[in-house]
Design a binder for this molecule. Structure first.
Ligand code: FCB
Length: 478
């Protein structure tokens, strides 16, 4: 008989995909190799003062040159799935027109390498590294033309990989792409304008719809799963009196995307709250119908709960800052008593459980997949029996708790199809450079050597045994 006071071992459901995620600009390096054109992140990171310590993605984890080694690493961890993004400017150096066959071949070989090793490839088309040429020509995502260029790019990639890749996402976190990139300006291209952020958000929504249509035209796999990956925030008001602040934040952070993409309209309250910033004239008749394409899957990135209360003063939040219009009414805060990661982000595994359940009720019939979850901690390298190791027990605990919470959400009715750890490798953490380490595999940035951390061994065990034992952090045999 099992002891009811002991947490039970969880068995992963059949078909549930467990794996890891990366993004092109964060790991590839090889920034000028194989005919790649520059992206807005190349320009931004090379602009003094934009990234911590002036870090760039020129070399990053050098994945472009070490792809064979990384494939074997993925295979050694026995991951079910590996999610990566495609560098648009590697495939189309000017963003439109000419296709760079060398760039396309890199991803085609990567897909083959994964399939040969029994790993399911999951492709993201846009993880923020827009070709610089489109920024120069059209103002990037501020320009409607960029949405149509994205459609062509989706067609090229769909035609090249659509015979082998089953799971696709058009965009990763369009919120950061638009509001952090064009509103707050701390991400590329570094523009600070609320009106431009809203404009960019619309063009991302439009391009999503056009991109889904392009993928459906070109993918030949009959079982294709087309998705978008959103960082829909889990918004929690501090008190009932803060409900209005939560509504405002939810409108401009979440429903600005889920409205058009999943319901076919921009919410009235969002239009009302932002009317002093824009007349929304960039939304043309017929646009929201294009945005609203049937999807097979909704990708969710979850890191922390957004605790919200009504602002007493104009607030500059460390993460969201002035990244969203309406921030003058909303204060985001991190409760002092909660554990924090090296990013200062709160650790609340129950948040992902509540979130997945709520999302499955909000969007019934749309299966969910956790495309990113993970944490940065100050990893120490130690040497045991002459081998370097990283005993990252905090990360193991974080991942175990969030995976368990995800499985509980599933037991409680949320149709969650998988869980991908952010990230496979330590990498270029955008404006934060190489300080924060999110990988389950350490990258020594001097030698570019890969050192699987304790969390990589833990993940490998979960993939191999399909179980998640009640965690005894610090136990040697995970
Ligand atoms: C997410 C991004 C990903 C990574 C993690 C830490 O917002 O999608 O690229 O930076 O945060």
């Amino acid at each position: 008989m099992t002891d009811p006071s002991m947490p039970a071992t969880i068995t992963l459901p059949a078909g549930f995909l467990l794996g890891a995620s990366t993004a092109a600009y964060q790991i590839e390096g090889g920034a000028s190799d194989g005919g790649r054109g520059p992206s807005i992140w190349d320009t931004f990171s090379h602009t003094p003062g934009r990234t911590a310590g002036g870090a760039t993605g020129d070399v990053a984890a050098d994945h472009y040159h070490r792809v064979a080694e990384d494939l074997d690493l993925i295979a050694s961890l026995r991951l079910d799935a590996y999610r990566f993004s495609i560098s648009w400017s590697r495939v189309m150096p000017e963003g439109e027109g000419r296709v760079n066959d060398t760039g396309l071949a890199f991803y085609s070989d990567l897909v083959d390498g994964l399939i040969e090793r029994g790993v399911e490839p999951i492709v993201t088309l846009n993880h923020w590294d827009l070709p610089q040429a489109l920024e120069d020509r059209y103002g990037g995502w501020r320009g409607r033309e960029t949405a149509y260029a994205f459609e062509k790019y989706a067609e090229v990639v769909g035609a090249a990989l659509g015979d082998r890749v089953r799971i696709w996402s058009t965009h990763n976190e369009p919120w950061n792409n638009s509001f952090t990139g064009y509103g707050h300006g701390v991400f590329a291209p570094g523009v600070r304008s609320h009106a431009d952020a809203l404009r960019a958000a619309h063009h991302l929504n439009l391009s999503h719809g056009l991109g889904v249509q392009a993928l459906r035209r070109t993918i030949t796999r009959a079982d294709a799963q087309v998705s978008v990956t959103l960082n829909i925030f889990r918004v929690e008001a501090e008190t009932p009196a803060d409900a209005e602040a939560a509504r405002r934040f939810d409108a401009v952070a979440n429903r600005v995307f889920t409205g058009p993409m999943l319901r076919g309209a921009y919410p009235d309250d969002l239009i009302h709250d932002t009317q002093h910033l824009t007349d929304w004239g960039f939304v043309r008749p017929g646009d929201t119908e294009i945005c609203h394409q049937p999807l097979d899957l909704l990708g969710i990135n979850y890191y922390e709960v957004m605790h919200v209360r009504a602002a007493r003063d104009v607030v500059d939040h460390p993460t969201a800052g002035t990244a969203f219009p309406g921030s003058e009414y909303v204060e985001l805060f991190r409760p002092a008593d909660l554990e924090k990661t090296a990013m200062g982000w709160t650790v609340e595994a129950r948040g992902i459980e509540d979130h997945l359940i709520a999302l499955s009720r909000d969007f019934p019939g749309l299966p969910l997949m956790v495309m990113e979850n993970g944490a940065a901690f100050a990893d120490d390298v130690s040497v045991v029996d002459g081998e370097q190791t990283v005993e990252d027990h905090e990360r193991v605990a974080y991942l175990a708790d969030h995976l368990a919470a995800t499985c509980r959400a599933r037991e409680r009715g949320a149709d969650v199809r998988g869980f991908l750890v952010w990230s496979l490798l330590d990498n270029f953490e955008w404006a934060e450079g190489y300080g924060p380490r999110f990988g389950v595999v350490r990258v020594d940035y001097d030698t570019l050597e890969r050192i699987p951390k304790r969390s990589a061994h833990w993940l490998a065990q979960r993939c191999a045994t399909r179980t998640l034992p009640a965690l005894d952090v610090g136990a040697p045999a995970l």
